[in-house]
Design a protein around this ligand. Structure first.
Ligand SMILES: [Zn+2]
Length: 299
């Protein structure tokens, strides 16, 4: 479980795990502080929990295996709206919020029983946008969850914060969280680079720190998914998001898109497995062997 990551304050871990065990989530949620990758992975877990197709009565959510959970992990679930800027702008506009959120707010979900509106960088929402969302956050339709990921909670209006259930993931400027984030990015970048160079020994060496560390493996696999996604869009001119532009470029030069998609699928499986408490040694073996197989397809 992502919410067992030791860098998360114990209070938050206990509260969120109790909520997930009961199978019922609050409707307007903020994950604040911690590192960006921690916010992303915890956010994904809550999205899976909200959209999971197999929430047996009284059972733990998310299951991590159903088609809805898988689509959330792959970033392809139609009922998960990741609210983002359009038209080449860097920040979300009022018009974006209108078209992406408000216009469809009362429409039924497509596949799941619920819908999630995710604001991955809530720090950059203008006061005007926050005010436009205020009423919806206060009384969302019964099948809607709002989820705000936010580095510094102070960047949100107090009127907004007071309407959200907040789960702090760590200090806003937690040095430990930041160092952990950098560590994840470095390991994932090294693995991507070894893959691009068809360096099987390097790959083995770089995956070693993940032995017996399921949380680290989940986050490295998630970061690798981002790097491969960047590699796949490299030619489109779209903004790269993984923070590993060079490695993404190397991958895009070394592999056909079909092979890269296989890497992405493999990493999503690993993330799901690590989040679902699969055996660590088996996971690590799978991690390495999946990449070793793809390596044979290098151009
Ligand atoms: Zn599920």
């Amino acid at each position: 479980m992502v919410f067992e990551d030791r860098s998360i304050p114990e209070d938050t871990r206990r509260t969120v795990n109790a909520v997930l065990a009961r199978g019922r989530l609050p409707q307007s949620v903020m994950l604040s502080g911690g590192s960006q990758s921690l916010r992303e992975s915890c956010g994904k877990e809550l999205c899976m929990a909200a959209l999971c197709a197999e929430p047996a009565e009284g059972a733990q959510i998310p299951c991590g295996r159903c088609h809805c959970c898988r689509k959330v992990l792959a970033g392809t679930h139609p009922d998960l709206v990741r609210v983002g800027p359009t038209g080449g702008r860097k920040t979300v506009s009022v018009a974006d919020v209108r078209t992406q959120v408000l216009e469809g707010l009362y429409k039924s979900p497509t596949e799941a029983a619920n819908k999630v509106y995710l604001f991955p960088e809530a720090d950059f929402l203008s006061p005007q946008i926050q005010n436009a969302l205020l009423k919806s956050i206060e009384e969302p339709p019964a099948d809607v969850m709002f989820l705000f990921l936010c580095d510094q909670r102070e960047s949100l209006l107090t009127t907004v914060i007071s309407r959200l259930t907040e789960y702090p993931l760590g200090d806003t400027f937690s040095a430990a969280g930041r160092a952990e984030d950098e560590n994840v990015t470095r390991i994932a970048g090294d693995i991507a680079s070894a893959l691009a160079k068809e360096d099987e020994y390097g790959l083995m060496l770089k995956t070693a720190p993940m032995a017996k560390n399921r949380a680290l493996m989940a986050r490295v696999a998630a970061k690798l998914t981002e790097i491969v996604r960047d590699a796949l869009i490299e030619h489109s001119g779209a903004r790269m998001l993984s923070g590993c532009d060079r490695e993404a470029l190397l991958l895009s030069m070394s592999y056909d898109p079909a092979a890269l998609i296989r890497v992405k699928d493999a990493m999503e499986q690993i993330t799901a497995g690590a989040n679902a408490n699969a055996n660590e040694n088996l996971l690590l073996t799978r991690f390495s062997s999946l990449l070793a197989v793809v390596m044979k397809e290098r151009k």
